[in-house]
Design a protein. Structure first.
Length: 361
């Protein structure tokens, strides 16, 4: 069975695709984004997958890839087209190559035109294809910079993508209207640039007269992506590695919440400030509360956050871990960076036999 997730970066409108083999647990990630690398790593961990490869459809001009960060964090290999002329890759791909992950694989199809190094990844059963910026949903990638060639792109789509089964779903690297997928049949019929009876000359004329603005991040993104995302000195490229906070052995969830385990908290209560966000009757009720905890009900937290001392990290606690997860977001919005949630809340704390003040025996 195939594990498949479509992820989105709202800043660059980039789609990232996770594909995994449920039998082996091996996975690949197509077009990761630097700023979303921690999110992607959390999802991979929660699904119990092992990331084998990050794959690029091309050298992007609108965002920096997360490939290098994920290699540091997860040990995954980096793969992209040899024609991209990028350095730092573990595998350079050619037309017809296959990237395997467990019992599944992706075929590499060269689809130049947006850039020289554009490729489309086709799933082994031809039910899905990941087209990068070659063909978009009712559109296509630009051809006015970075080795762009409208004639090459037209031929790539017509010969390498439209030759797939009409039921094959196409997943682009971007969409700016919230659309998520299309199909070969749809694009052959409805794509105003490349479908129907549109000829090569028609397409070339269309693309040469788009008059689009220069991509905002191209001067930072392209040099960084030619190094597979390893940070350099360009302004705007995030520095450093995907380092976790150092004040505790925290875990980052796909939901975007840092968590700390109960056993660490019990052994390190003096190093943190516990904020209990339940109601007063719960704080003094049967479950009791953690020694030294400060009671700030969730409904009052935003207003009272400035009152909380910032000399120690904060661990938020509630009955089952849901309200306290929301509390971490409120505290971070209030400017408190070192915050974590206690998963399972007081229910788990009591079930594991940890010490409490008050409560029923």
């Amino acid at each position: 069975m195939l594990v498949f997730r479509q992820l989105f970066d709202p800043t660059s409108s980039t789609y990232t695709y996770l594909l995994g083999c449920s039998t082996s647990g091996e996975a690949v990630l197509v077009d990761p984004v630097f700023e979303q690398a921690r999110r992607d790593a959390a999802l991979i961990a929660e699904l119990g997958l092992k990331l084998q490869w990050t794959l690029e459809t091309h050298v992007h001009a609108d965002h920096v890839t997360g490939a290098w960060l994920l290699k540091q964090k997860l040990g995954s290999g980096i793969a992209l087209a040899a024609a991209s002329d990028a350095s730092g890759a573990d595998r350079l791909l050619a037309d017809g190559d296959r990237v395997t992950f467990g019992r599944r694989s992706l075929e590499v199809r060269a689809t130049p035109g947006h850039t020289n190094g554009c490729v489309t990844y086709v799933l082994d059963d031809e039910s899905m294809a990941f087209t990068g910026d070659c063909i978009l949903i009712r559109g296509s990638g630009r051809t006015d910079f970075q080795q762009g060639d409208p004639r090459a792109l037209y031929r790539s789509v017509r010969s390498r993508i439209f030759s797939l089964p009409e039921t094959c779903l196409l997943y682009p690297a971007h969409d700016y209207r919230g659309l998520t997928a299309t199909s070969v049949a749809e694009e052959k019929k409805f794509n105003p640039r490349l479908g129907g009876e549109v000829g090569e000359g028609d397409y070339v004329g269309y693309m040469k007269n788009l008059d689009l603005p220069h991509p905002k991040k191209i001067d930072e993104a392209v040099p960084a992506n030619l190094r597979c995302g390893q940070p350099g000195n360009e302004a705007g490229v995030p520095p450093g590695t995907m380092e976790d906070p150092h004040w505790a052995p925290l875990r980052f969830t796909f939901g975007g919440v840092w968590e700390v385990e109960p056993h660490w908290l019990e052994e390190n209560l003096a190093k943190v400030r516990v904020v209990d966000v339940r109601e007063p009757n719960e704080f003094t009720g049967p479950l009791g509360h953690i020694r030294g905890a400060t009671l700030v009900p969730l409904g009052e937290l935003a207003a009272r956050a400035p009152e909380l001392p910032k000399d120690k990290p904060i661990v938020a606690v509630c009955r089952a871990g849901s309200r306290s997860a929301h509390a971490t977001a409120i505290l971070q919005k209030a400017g408190i960076a070192d915050v974590a949630n206690l998963p399972g809340g007081m229910l788990r704390w009591r079930a594991e036999g940890r010490s409490v003040e008050g409560g029923a025996l």
